[in-house]
Write a protein that binds this ligand. Sequence first.
Ligand SMILES: [Zn+2]
Length: 439
Amino acid sequence: MPIRSRTLLLAALGSVVILWPAPAAAQPPYTVLIKGGHVIDPKNGRDGLMDVAIAAGKIAEVAPSIDAAKASRVVDAAGLYVVPGLIDLHAHLFHGTEPDAYLSNGLTAVLPDSHSFRSGQTTMVDVGGAGWRNFGQFKTNIIDTSKTRVLSFINIVGSGMKGGPAEQDLADMDARLTAMRILQHKGVIVGIKVAHYNGGDWNPVDRAVEAGTDAEVPVMIDFGGHVPPLSLDDLLNKHLRPGDILTHMYGHVRGRYPIVNEQGQVEPYVIAARKRGVIFDVGHGGGSFLWRQAVPATKQGFFPDVISTDLHTGSENAGMKDILNVMSKIMNLGMPLKDVIAANTARPAAIIKRDDLGHLGVGTEADVAVLAVRKGDFGFLDSSGGRMKGTQKLECEVTIRAGQVVWDLNGRAAPDWSTMPVVPQGSSALPPRRSQPQK
Ligand SMILES: [Zn+2]
């Protein structure tokens, strides 16, 4: 029998007692109210002091002032920035324990929930971990079990990013089967990845573009390892379509031309590719972000379209660290905060054609990050170990996923401990576990 039924029957001393509780006070309409913060919501053109109210897991109201009495929980965001939940367009999340499986059910990939919410991320995109053959395993083991919304660019290699010879096997790169798998999971598989191929031909790129055209998704290219290097100009201006993505934009690796040439200039063909709609992604990783590329490129105005991590065990404790550290680097290079936020919200959402993500429109699922911009004397490492000084650094105070507070660094969304009821641990009086949000 429900506890809140209009009548409560108790068998007491052999007789039935009927209790008529007083009518409960009306519940406030909003479950969470984020109050007093500076909202940056690039897609909806918001950039100023505003309150954000949440009800039933969705954004319910965004307005200059919303009465705190209308919410059962208030987050004080004074002095902070309130932004859409961040999207990481390049991470490696197909964690597993298969021996020698690298980023495809292997130990080099990481679990999304261990990294996402503490950095304000509510959506992470695994790029290339799974191929058409093993996407089902990735979905069952990782996508369906994570509180983070996990999406996928599947590898053009059917067995995914297993490392070594498997990623060189042209016989396992099938455009038709790749497109079929995408169409089975449209909206969850949002792109195709090409990586690590070191042959002297264009087959992997061209097959990925063929599959991407059939399934109407973008491709992301991790280029390099070709000795002698293949033409980056041809990749960007002949093989890729507008909306396709070059990742590791500030890298300089063996077997790939960098975007800044030996004269310190951004290659004219790189600028031409951006003009025709090719997307440039940071994809920092363990070896793909050099100040010697990023500083001259950004001085010439060549900032990223998308700021992503390339998160895996080789980058999480090195110069990359987490998405806020990478975003902080780009801010210290001169990109305005609102553009940095756009590069991690509205822009990646548009690229993967998930218009429901990356903004705070009323009625959308309530994925929100509350960020602080710390001022001070900071240092940032690149992937060669070089340091650049900086004066500002992002930190995540609160993350909300589908209306639930999933990260709260300083307990801003919590009541003072002394007001908490005395409830023994494990008591059934504790709130039930919440169900998984939709992907
Ligand atoms: Zn990667």
